[in-house]
Design a protein around this ligand. Structure first.
Ligand code: FES
Length: 356
C-alpha cells in the first residue's frame, strides 16, 4: 500500500502561464491501472527534502497513459518544482492511483453534470473523456469556473472534445474576473447565481449524477443548490481542491483536558507488521508521530483532504481535527484520517492501515 514506484517524465506541456501537464511512464514497464477521477501521490526530492503531493490524473483510462496537471501555487514547493525545474527524462516516485472521486459506473447513469473550478477540472476532464468515449448513449454537461480566459486549463482540449461530441457534451464557461458575453456567466458561482442557473440554463432533475470539484465554498453552495432543486444527495459526488501550499502539521484543536499532554501507545499496523508508537493526546497527529518513529505510513496532503492516510481504529478511538474526505458512515465504522487524528478515550489503541 505504501510502496512507491518510479515514473519517468516523458513530456511536459505548458497548459497556462501557471500550470503544466506532465506525462509519466512507469520505469518498470508495468501499467498503472486507474479509474477516471483518481489521483497519484507523487514524491520528489526538493532542496534535500522529500516532498509529496497528490495530483489528479487528467488522462482517462481509455487513453492508456498517465498524465497529471500541476498548477503553480505561490510558495508551493512541489508545484513550483514541477512548473520550473522538472524536465523530460527526470523521475518521480508515485504511490498507486487512489481516490474515490470517480466516474459513476451504474448502467442507468446516462446524464452526467460536473461543476469544476480552476485546477478542479483535472479529475473532471478524465471522467468526461472516459464517459463519452465508452458509453455512446451518455451525455455530459460541464460548468467550468475560472478567473479569466487565460487561466482556463485544458481550454483547447475541452474545445476539441466539444467538436468531437457535439451532441453529447455541453460546456458552460464562467469567468469571475472578466466580463462574459452573457451576464449570467460572469462573476462568482455563488448561491445567488446558482439559483438562476439551475432553472434558467440547467435542470438538475435531468441529471443522474453530479461531480463537484473545487474550493469548499463552491462545493457547499453547489450541493445545497442541487439538492434543493431535487437531486438526491447520494447522486452528488465531490472532491475538495485546496490551493494551500503547506500541509497542516500540528493539531489545531486546543484542549484544556488534564490528560492533553499524556503520552499513550498506539499500535500501527502496516503491511502486516505492527509497530508501537508513542503519541501525545494533543499536538502532533498520530500520522506525524508514526513518521517520526520511522514508520512509512502513507500520506500526501496532511490537510484532511486527499484520503491517502485513511485507516481504521480497530481498537480504541481517535478524534479528528478536520475531515474533508471520509463519509459519515466510514467514520461511524471507525475509519479515520491518520493525519488529523489524536488518541481519544481509553486504549489500547490500534490503527490499522491494512483495512480495505
Ligand atoms: S494525508 Fe491527505 S487526508 Fe491525510
Amino acid at each position: 500500500m505504501s510502496k512507491f514506484q518510479t515514473l519517468r517524465v516523458t513530456e511536459i506541456c505548458r497548459e497556462t502561464s501557471e500550470s503544466v501537464s506532465i506525462l509519466l511512464e512507469p520505469v518498470s514497464g508495468e501499467s498503472f491501472i486507474f479509474l477516471a477521477g483518481q489521483y497519484l501521490t507523487l514524491l520528489a526530492k526538493i532542496d534535500g527534502d522529500d516532498v509529496r503531493r497528490s495530483y489528479s490524473l487528467c488522462s482517462s483510462p481509455s487513453e492508456g497513459v498517465l498524465r497529471v496537471a500541476v498548477k503553480e501555487v505561490p510558495g508551493g514547493k512541489f508545484s513550483t518544482f514541477c512548473n520550473r525545474v522538472l524536465a523530460v527524462g527526470d523521475t518521480l516516485e508515485s504511490l498507486p492511483p487512489d481516490g474515490r472521486f470517480t466516474r459513476d459506473f451504474n448502467d442507468s447513469v446516462k446524464n452526467h453534470l460536473a461543476i469544476a473550478a480552476g485546477s478542479g477540472i483535472t479529475p473532471v476532464i478524465s471522467i468526461i473523456k472516459d464517459v463519452l468515449s465508452t458509453d455512446l448513449s451518455a451525455k455530459f454537461a460541464l460548468c467550468y469556473v475560472n478567473k479569466e480566459t487565460s487561466s482556463i486549463i485544458f481550454k483547447d482540449e475541452l474545445s476539441d472534445l466539444k467538436d468531437t461530441y457535439l451532441e453529447r457534451l455541453q460546456l458552460f464557461n464562467f469567468l469571475t474576473r472578466e466580463p462574459a458575453e452573457i451576464e449570467l456567466f460572469s462573476g462568482r458561482l455563488d448561491s445567488k447565481r446558482l439559483s438562476r442557473i439551475f432553472p434558467e440554463v440547467i435542470s438538475p432533475s435531468s441529471f443522474d449524477v453530479a461531480y463537484l470539484c473545487g474550493p469548499e465554498s463552491m462545493i457547499s453552495d453547489c450541493r445545497t443548490a442541487l439538492t434543493g432543486a431535487g437531486m438526491p444527495d447520494s447522486a452528488v459526488k465531490y472532491e475538495l481542491f485546496t490551493s494551500s501550499s503547506d500541509p497542516v502539521k500540528e493539531s489545531s484543536v486546543e484542549t484544556t483536558s488534564s490528560t492533553s499532554g499524556e503520552e499513550v501507545e498506539v499500535s500501527i499496523v502496516l503491511d502486516g507488521i505492527t509497530t508501537q508508537v508513542s503519541v501525545k493526546r494533543s499536538g502532533k497527529s498520530i500520522l506525524q508521530a508514526a513518521l517520526d518513529s520511522g514508520v512509512d505510513v502513507p500520506f500526501s496532503c496532511q490537510g484532511g483532504v486527499c484520503c491517502t492516510c485513511r485507516c481504521k481504529m480497530t481498537s480504541g478511538s481517535a478524534s479528528m481535527d478536520i475531515n474533508f474526505a471520509l463519509e459519515e458512515e466510514e467514520v461511524e465504522n471507525g475509519y479515520v484520517l491518520a493525519c488529523q487524528s489524536h488518541p481519544e478515550g481509553d486504549g489500547p489503541f490500534v490503527m490499522d492501515f491494512d483495512q480495505p
